[in-house]
Design a protein around this ligand. Structure first.
Ligand SMILES: Cc1cc2nc3c(=O)[nH]c(=O)nc-3n(C[C@H](O)[C@H](O)[C@H](O)COP(=O)(O)OP(=O)(O)OC[C@H]3O[C@@H](n4cnc5c(N)ncnc54)[C@H](O)[C@@H]3O)c2cc1C
Length: 99
């Protein structure tokens, strides 16, 4: 993670600083993390709360960013390939005199 800048703060001196972390509530299951990670169409979710294996950590959050980034790249590649196939079919139809 050499591209991530890190900083430190002494939280014990900050009277108004509050914190929150994702947690599985009573009645929930660890599978809830996976539900949180489920993409909605082209909308992707990253962050520690979407990482069942490493929740509540910077490392876990970072991994989910890479996970979702990879999904987006995969989708874009598929769409580009699909677009190329469509363009080729149109060219073939034109060449064959079919409009
Ligand atoms: C006091 C404390 C100490 C910790 N110590 C450690 C540690 O030592 N090691 C470790 O690995 N982890 C530690 N953690 C946990 C770690 O900080 C988190 O798990 C990690 O930062 C989560 O990253 P994230 O990207 O999921 O969410 P966040 O870092 O919370 O990022 C979410 C971002 O979304 C922004 N946001 C929220 N709502 C909106 C909105 N409506 N519109 C636009 N932006 C919005 C927020 O401002 C925030 O910048 C600590 C956490 C706390 C609170």
């Amino acid at each position: 993670m050499d591209h991530v800048r890190a900083g430190a703060a002494c939280l014990s001196t900050r009277r108004l600083l509050l914190c929150a972390d994702a947690h599985v509530p009573v009645g929930g299951t660890p599978l809830d993390y996976e539900e949180m990670a489920r993409s909605c169409g082209d909308l992707h979710w990253a962050g520690e709360a979407t990482n069942r294996a490493y929740p509540c950590t910077v490392d876990g959050a970072h991994r989910t960013g890479e996970r979702e980034g990879a999904k987006v790249v995969r989708k874009l590649r598929q769409r580009l390939r699909g677009g190329n196939v469509l363009a080729r079919k149109q060219r073939d139809r034109k060449a064959a005199g079919v409009v």
